[in-house]
Structure formats: C-alpha cells, structure tokens
Design a protein around this ligand. Structure first.
Ligand SMILES: [Zn+2]
Length: 119
C-alpha cells in the first residue's frame, strides 16, 4: 500500500471504476442470452454487484470527506464547482441531479404588511 493514503484512495477508486465498467459490459452481454432462469439469476447478480460497487464508492467518498447528495441511495459524492465570491466557501454539486451545496440562499421575502384600509 502506498505511504500516501490519498494515493491508496485513488487506486481504490480506479479499481471501483474498472469494476463498474466490467459490470456494464456484462450487463450488455447478458441481453444477448435467451430468456432463462440463468439469465434472470445473472441479472439479479449484476444488480447486486453494481449496488455493492456504488456503496463502496460512497464509503470511499465519506472517507475522503466528500459531501454526499441524498438523491439516490447510497448517496452520490458531490464535487467541487467553485468558491462563493462573497464568503469564499466551497460550493459542491451532485453530478446526477445538479443540486448544489450549500443551496443558494432564497431572497428574503418582504415583511408581511397588515391589511390596508381604503378610506
Ligand atoms: Zn443528487
């Protein structure tokens, strides 16, 4: 294992990406199989394997202190897009649903005024 833990995380992420690509290739290949019990079992196994790879990716992101978007389970790592020009705070965005964090501040509504009476 490399001395730099971030390099280890990068290697792990690259491995997860390779696994996901392999699973996608298998998913495309299983569509060429005739309908059968084996095909159904292969589909179920691929779904479980892909879900596990996604969970591992989320766990890795948490270890690297990425914020997770909750639009999907197990959570999508949000990536840096810019710094807030006023506060300098880091703004991150979900690559799946485009949600930004922190959310943009809503304009403050004007204070409610009482009823106006016509005279
Ligand atoms: Zn999202």
């Amino acid at each position: 294992m490399p001395d730099d833990p971030f390099s280890a995380f990068q290697a792990f992420k690259a491995s997860l990406d390779a696994i996901k690509l392999t699973l996608e290739a298998l998913r495309l290949g299983k569509d060429m199989l005739p309908d059968s019990d084996e095909k159904t079992k292969a589909e179920e196994a691929l779904v479980l394997a892909y879900t596990s790879a996604e969970q591992a990716t989320s766990l890795l992101a948490v270890q690297l202190e990425f914020k997770l978007c909750k639009c999907e389970f197990p959570g999508t790592p949000m990536t840096f897009v810019r710094h807030d020009p006023t506060t300098g705070q880091e703004i991150v965005k979900c690559p799946k649903c485009d949600t930004e964090y922190p959310p943009e501040l809503e304009p403050i509504p004007p204070p409610m005024s009482g009823p106006t009476w016509r005279t």
